[in-house]
Design a protein around this ligand. Structure first.
Ligand code: M6R
Length: 364
């Protein structure tokens, strides 16, 4: 049942190329994204006042990626909320808005409550759900199913990748609907997304290196993940994955926030993982890595192939193939998942079933 892999998590990590391909292929028609299956029209996409993306945990991180990409390309305001916060903060939602809920299981209690709240305020709800026929799918106005297949490991991996892939299709289609990109550019971006499954496969070549880096993390008391922009969203996901299964404390920080408090934690030997794939922000993030290095941190960079760092700044670099910046999260997540996986395996812990956690959180 584990298809020759030692754990479901590793199997599911390796299933990502196929899961993404299965999710996006039927939604690309004549080279353009096409989400009309759920009733989402170009006209409607053009007219939403604002989008809210609401989810928990890893699904919320996919929402963060969605926000960056939709705002950048479609120039529409997007708010991302943790469902348990959204439901109690009296958000300003109107019937002109679209609320997008993201959930692998489709049964998460807080996410479901967010959906009900959106309906109470008269907004339409689009859900991005993996489990067919789940409560959230049934109660939404529109559903875009992700086709990851069953995800058994408590730590979510392939569900995240497919959720992001749907966010990209949505962002491209919306950017086109609103006239911010023309048909050529929309086709170009969509073609790049369609190449992603093969490039994820190639990204798996970093597995050995990730295992080696993990061997350096098993004795850590605590570590930091830092990044900016899309890399910050991925830092959050990397940190969550590691703490959830390896029980090593970690925090993710927007790199620029470090000097507003967190950097005082850095002492000799503390591992800091710098996620640095975004070209425009690279120099800034590197300067933050230099700051932690000079305070004794053990620095690990997750970066594009061929990224050059000054002598002595990075102890270990994990390179992933270089792609369009906006699509990098689809690749960056691979080493982050592998580091969480191998650190946990090397510590001899139960990777697929971490203590205190359930796969599906159906109570508040
Ligand atoms: O089923 P959902 O996508 O709604 O679940 C949301 C979170 O509970 C889930 O992503 C959780 O954070 C994972 N265990 C993280 O790996």
């Amino acid at each position: 049942e584990k298809g020759g892999y030692e754990h479901f998590m590793l199997k599911e990590i390796h299933e990502q190329p196929n899961a993404v391909k299965t999710t996006i292929t039927p939604r690309i028609v004549n080279g353009m994204p096409d989400l009309s299956e759920c009733g989402l029209t170009l006209e409607a996409l053009k007219n939403y006042r604002k989008l809210f993306i609401v989810a928990c945990g890893t699904a919320m991180h996919a929402g963060m990626v969605g926000k960056y990409v939709i705002e950048k390309l479609a120039r529409t305001e997007v708010t991302v909320d943790i469902a348990s916060e959204f439901r109690y903060r009296d958000p300003i939602i109107t019937p002109e808005d679209l609320v997008i809920v993201v959930s692998q299981s489709g049964e998460t209690a807080d996410t479901k409550a967010a959906l009900h709240l959106a309906h109470d305020k008269g907004a339409k709800v689009l859900s991005v759900v993996n489990v067919k026929g789940s409560s959230i799918a049934r109660e939404s106005d529109m559903v875009l199913y992700t086709h990851a297949g069953p995800e058994i490991s408590v730590a979510s991996t392939k569900a995240f990748s497919v959720q992001m892939s749907v966010m990209y299709l949505l962002a491209f289609e919306m950017a086109y609907a609103k006239g911010h990109i023309d048909e050529n550019e929309c086709k170009r971006l969509t073609a790049k997304l369609a190449e992603i499954p093969d490039i994820i496969e190639k990204t798996m070549e970093c597995e050995k290196k990730c295992k080696y880096v993990s061997s350096k993390l098993i004795t850590a008391q605590s570590l930091l993940y830092i990044g900016r922009g899309l890399d910050y969203a991925l830092s959050m996901e990397g940190s969550l994955k590691l703490k959830e299964i390896s029980y090593i404390h970690s925090e993710s920080y927007a790199a620029g926030e470090l000097k507003h408090g967190t950097i005082s934690l850095v002492e000799d030997g503390m591992p800091v993982i710098g996620v640095a794939t975004q070209t425009e922000l690279l120099e800034k993030t590197v300067s933050n890595i230099v700051e932690v290095k000079s305070r004794g941190a053990f620095t690990i960079a997750v970066c594009k192939e061929g990224t050059e760092f000054s002598e002595g700044v990075i102890d270990e670099a994990i390179e992933v193939p270089a792609m369009e910046d906006v699509l990098m999260p689809m690749l960056t997540v691979i080493p982050l998942q592998l580091i969480a996986y191998y650190t946990t395996v090397l510590k001899g812990l139960n990777v697929d079933k971490p203590r205190n956690l359930a796969k599906s959180v159906t109570v508040e």
